[in-house]
Design a binder for this molecule. Structure first.
Ligand code: UDP
Length: 324
């Protein structure tokens, strides 16, 4: 099967490409390199630099490459930025996806797997969160991802197309080879920020310790990027077998507080750093923990990295040695 990976030079995209190639898929990547890294592009994938909002470019790739299925990661994903620059998110995430869907319809491509997020739920009423729970995003990022899901729903209803939407919880860790990892600029996610602070002896900031959780700091469900990557391949296989469109949560089903992540990171690094508690970050819910029972049952997905220390070890190896 020939798979087009949009955003294949980014964090989760590049890890998915590594797993696809490992399993014998033929991979074509499109990435505009706005947040992705050329160093993260697998040498055995065919790479096109370009923007998914450029219809002529995208159509040309689809026609030339005779693509069987698409995996779509090409989107902006910073919560804080999405609040100060919402139109950037509407333009890239929604307008980009509209152009993509046009091109897919025109080229008769009928299968797509795409990145969604736990941010579609907002402040959940129940923990663990199920796919059918209420969706009420607290930020523009989550809103655009939810709108993308709806766009896929109505378009697949009208045309010969099926989709799988994967709602990631907190993606983290790095490829076990140490060749690729999480490299955002600027970095805002907890684990890479803590590890960078440990490496450079900078103070770690905890955004609020007055949440309604076990130690007052926010609780999240941390899931290794390679486990996420493998879920995309299972989702492709699920669609290839003729199954209907579907939405799946992806998480480990276990919550760790910010303080627990800092403690675990200090143990992995074998050192301590100063920690400062600052005010809450806007839009952070207390607790987000996934139920991934549906992905386990229907996709046969089983996360391999269930120990948070092991996840942090892969990220630490990357941050210490190989960051681009
Ligand atoms: N966080 C923190 N300090 C940091 C970065 C993040 O206290 O330097 C907290 C953040 O407020 C949230 C949790 O860590 O409660 C996870 O944040 P992250 O940005 O990694 O992921 P999110 O859950 O927002 O997708």
């Amino acid at each position: 099967m020939k798979v087009l990976v949009l955003g294949g030079a980014g964090y989760i995209g590049s890890h998915t490409v590594y797993e696809l190639i490992d399993k014998g898929y033929d991979v074509v990547i499109v990435d505009n390199l706005s947040t992705g890294h050329i160093e993260a592009v697998h040498k055995d994938a065919k790479f096109y630099k370009g923007d998914i909002r450029d219809k002529e470019f995208l159509n040309n790739v689809l026609k030339t490459e005779k693509i069987d299925a698409v995996i779509h990661f090409a989107a902006n994903s910073l919560v804080a930025e999405s609040m100060t620059n919402p139109l950037k998110y509407y333009d890239n995430n929604l307008c980009g996806t509209k152009v993509l869907l046009d091109a897919m319809v025109e080229n008769n491509i009928d299968k797509i797997v795409f990145s969604s997020t736990a941010a579609v739920y907002g402040n959940p009423k129940n923990i663990p969160i199920l796919e059918d729970d209420e969706t009420k995003p607290l930020n523009t990022y989550g809103e655009t991802k939810l709108s993308m899901e709806k766009m896929f729903k109505w378009v697949s209803n009208a045309y010969n197309m099926r989709y799988v939407s994967l709602r990631y919880f907190n993606a983290c860790g790095a490829h076990i080879s140490g060749k690729i990892g999480e490299a955002h600029n600027p970095e805002s996610h907890l684990i890479p920020t803590v590890l960078k602070s440990l490496i450079s002896d900078n103070t770690i900031k905890i955004f609020g310790d007055d949440y309604n959780t076990k130690d007052g700091t926010c609780v999240r469900d941390y899931i290794h990027v390679t486990d996420l990557a493998n879920a995309h391949i299972l989702a492709l296989e699920y669609l290839a077998k003729g199954n209907e469109s579907n939405i799946f949560n992806l998480g480990n089903g276990v919550g760790f507080s910010v303080k627990e992540i800092i403690d675990a990171s200090e143990k992995v690094a074998g050192k301590e750093v100063p920690v400062e508690v600052t005010k809450r970050r806007v839009g952070d819910p207390d607790t987000l923990i996934a139920s991934s029972a549906k992905a386990k049952e229907l996709l046969g997905w089983k996360p391999e990295f269930t120990d948070v220390s092991k996840i942090i070890e892969t990220a630490y190896k990357w941050h210490k040695n190989n960051r681009f």
